[in-house]
Structures are given as C-alpha cells and as structure tokens.
Design a protein around this ligand. Sequence first.
Ligand SMILES: [Zn+2]
Ligand SMILES: [Zn+2]
Length: 96
Amino acid sequence: MDGILKQKARQAARYAYRQKRFKSLPCAICGSRPTEMHHPDYTKPIDVVWLCVKHHKELHWNSYVKKPRTKKMTKTEELRQKHRETIARLQREALQ
Ligand SMILES: [Zn+2]
Ligand SMILES: [Zn+2]
C-alpha cells in the first residue's frame, strides 16, 4: 500500500515537472545543484523538497536510524520551512 502511494507520488511529481508546474530548485540545505526531489509526505505529490544528492542521502539515512520521533519531525518541518523560503525567494526574483 505504502509502496503504491510512493510510486504514485513520484509519477505525479514527475508529470508536474514535465508540465513545468515547478522547476528544480537549489538544495534546500546548502543551495547547490543538481538536486533531486524529496517527498516529505507522499500523500501530497506536489509538495516536494529539492535536495542535492548528498543531503538527500543524509536525510534518508537519518530517517533509517532509530531516533526519537520528535527529532525526525523537526527535521522534516525544518526542511519544509527552508523549501518555502526558497520558493518565496525565487518568486520574488521572478517578479523583478
Ligand atoms: Zn545540499
Ligand atoms: Zn527522498
């Protein structure tokens, strides 16, 4: 079940990407490129966070390691916040 959801989320995101509904962004953590799409929540396919290979791996590695749940949540929230900031910044730049 979870696997299907994941697959669908990836498909939807890839489709949206092709439709130019969103562009790839610099890594939410370090700002470098190229980046990969990361889904903090597979029920929201378009809600993606862009991460470089290094930070993407790091994030998944962290989530595999047993840590208190709150810590993991904080990390995801942090990323979402950073992602929103990046989008806001790019939108401001696009308007200029
Ligand atoms: Zn990075
Ligand atoms: Zn990921």
